[in-house]
Design a protein around this ligand. Structure first.
Ligand SMILES: Nc1nc2c(ncn2[C@@H]2O[C@H](COP(=O)(O)OP(=O)(O)O)[C@@H](O)[C@H]2O)c(=O)[nH]1
Ligand SMILES: [Mg+2]
Length: 181
């Protein structure tokens, strides 16, 4: 925690389970395609990574939680770091909570959602990897997530995204430039 930047710069935090596409999301928005390390092996991001965007805001890439193949001790350490980050960071403007559109939100997603609400952090859920779904599967994933989080409304605090196809990218760019202008 003591190594986190203490400049007064607003933060957009990306959170969600390991492997949902957080690092790919950053790369898809960046001109440098491999700025954030992605991996087909979940659990690769082990630190909180800060990306300064145009000297205006940070995109914060959190270590993914909920990855089964790490030791309990490592899991606890990551979870502690994430909790402390949310409880102590004063500059979080917004959280993007990524959830893989092919899967239901898990218990860990519910816990994360409650943590964000308890800290009064505005949150948008991003259904990721929508390129892997056809039209009817996409509708189904929206319906499913709204059952789990009734406060979500598509196009408002619920968006669909594909890092590989660029779906949803324009909308995100518009939102970020408004939020951090
Ligand atoms: N098809 C598809 N694959 C994706 C997308 N985003 C991420 N992935 C893949 O999912 C895996 C995990 O992505 P990563 O960005 O490392 O997830 P993170 O652990 O949340 O940072 C990698 O193999 C990525 O190539 C997407 O929009 N579409
Ligand atoms: Mg990552």
């Amino acid at each position: 925690m003591k190594d986190l930047p203490n400049a007064n710069i607003p933060e957009l935090v990306l959170c969600g389970r390991s492997n949902v596409g957080k690092s790919s999301f950053i790369n898809s928005l960046s001109k440098k395609k491999n700025i954030a390390k992605t991996s087909s092996t979940p659990g690769k991001t082990r630190a909180i990574n800060y990306y300064l965007v145009e000297n205006k805001f940070y995109i914060v890439d959190l270590p993914g939680y909920g990855y089964a193949k790490v030791s309990i001790k490592a899991k606890h350490e990551w979870q502690k770091l994430i909790d402390q980050y949310f409880l102590n960071s004063k500059n979080i403007s917004m959280a993007y909570h990524l959830i893989d559109s092919r899967h239901k939100a898990t218990n860990l997603d519910l816990v994360l959602n409650e943590l964000l609400i308890s800290q009064n952090i505005p949150c948008t859920v991003i259904l990721s990897k929508t390129d892997k779904l056809n039209q009817s599967e996409k509708s189904k994933s929206v319906k499913q997530i709204k059952e789990q989080f009734p406060e979500l409304s598509l196009g408002d605090n619920l968006l669909q995204y594909s890092s590989t196809k660029g779906t949803g990218k324009k909308e995100i760019e518009i939102r970020l430039s408004k939020l951090f202008e």
